[in-house]
Design a protein around this ligand. Structure first.
Ligand code: TXA
Ligand code: MG
Length: 317
């Protein structure tokens, strides 16, 4: 499917999967309630979970939000196009089905040339959740989308997603903000631009179990506690060397000679790790393993989004 064909389908009120820099989205015209209803139906998503609206410019964002405070300008100037969604009061032009009845709407400009061209050519903002079945693993390639939806959804193929994890979501209230979902733009980086406010803000759609492979997933600090059976152990590269960049001695896996355990070496750098995470889990999920065990990521803030996704994907042990 070409960008023009995808844009035509969006204008006609159909659902189209398209690439962004974070994950693939399942898109429809955000201003057409019937089109947006189709997203919920095909994804099996509860109507209580609001969608993010994708736009190609700040001006287009201002067309869907009722209030654009200075803080929104500062954050957009710093990170758009990019993996940051801003939750702001919505205009009435945005149907309630998009926002799960909330008075606010999440909006972002994706940093992906195919996505931007699609939005521009469609000429309308595109509401899109991640292009996976409800609670399933997010898609970071067109093939992942096809695995989940088969022929039911047309896919615009833009290659693999470079960020690999869903956007950071922050709610803005005047000159205050609140982190609703961690992403690869960390709260620490955002706080350099704006102070955080602790006031409660509704965060629907943040289900405890989410982003999950079908295979049982566990997060472990120590491969010495791997369960019985055939599984995969994902560890970060640095586990194999004795020293980290900070010269701390780290744990070296001791069970790597267990033949029934696939050993997957993940990158040491969080951005590289995030970019590979979902595709690694998709691949393992096809191998009918008993479990996937993931080495617990570091506790530093730049790993917060990865830890969040792994925790939501995991079976608690
Ligand atoms: O990177 C991303 O954000 C991807 C790509 C496709 O852009 N999209 C994505 O959408 O992850 P989705 O639907 O899987 O997650 C959207 C989440 C909701 O579950 C909710 O947590 C939050 O964003 N959200 C959206 N609108 C909101 C609102 N008005 N108030 C509070 N939270 C909102
Ligand atoms: Mg999702």
């Amino acid at each position: 499917m070409t960008i023009s064909e995808a844009a035509q389908r969006i204008r006609a009120g159909d659902v189209v999967a398209f690439p962004t820099e974070t994950v693939y989205g399942l898109g429809a015209n955000a201003l057409d309630a019937n089109a947006v209803e189709k997203i919920f139906a095909v994804k099996g998503r509860p109507k209580t979970s609001p969608l993010i609206v994708h736009v190609s410019s700040i001006e287009m964002a201002q067309g869907v939000v009722a209030d654009w405070p200075a803080l929104a300008d500062e954050l957009a100037a710093r990170w758009w196009p990019g993996p940051l969604s801003l939750v702001l009061p919505k205009r009435t032009i945005v149907p309630d089905v998009v926002t799960a009845g909330l008075p606010t709407v999440g909006v972002r400009v994706p940093a992906n040339p195919t996505a931007l061209a699609l939005i521009r050519e469609a000429g309308v903002p595109i509401a899109a959740p991640s292009a996976n079945l409800f609670t399933g693993l997010s898609a970071t390639t067109a093939a992942h989308v096809r695995q989940a939806f088969g022929d039911r959804v047309a896919v615009l193929d833009g290659g693999p997603c470079t960020v690999g994890i869903e956007s950071t979501v922050v709610a803005i209230q005047g000159d205050k903000l609140k982190l609703l979902r961690p992403g690869m733009i960390s709260l620490g980086e955002i706080e350099k631009v704006a102070a955080r406010e602790g006031v409660p803000h509704p965060a629907p759609g943040m289900h405890e179990r989410h982003y999950s492979p079908r295979t049982r997933l566990i997060v472990l600090a120590d491969p010495g506690s791997l369960p019985e059976g055939r599984g995969a152990w994902l560890w970060r590269e640095h586990s194999l060397v004795a020293l980290t960049p900070t010269q701390t001695v780290v744990h070296v896996p001791s069970v790597l000679d267990i033949p029934s355990v696939l050993q997957i070496r993940m990158p040491i750098e969080p951005n590289d790790y995030a970019a590979k995470l979902y595709s690694t889990l998709h691949d393992l999920d096809r191998q009918k393993l008993d479990w996937i065990a993931v080495e617990a990521p570091p506790t530093q803030p730049e790993w917060a989004a990865i830890l969040d996704r792994l925790t939501r994907a995991s079976d608690k042990v």
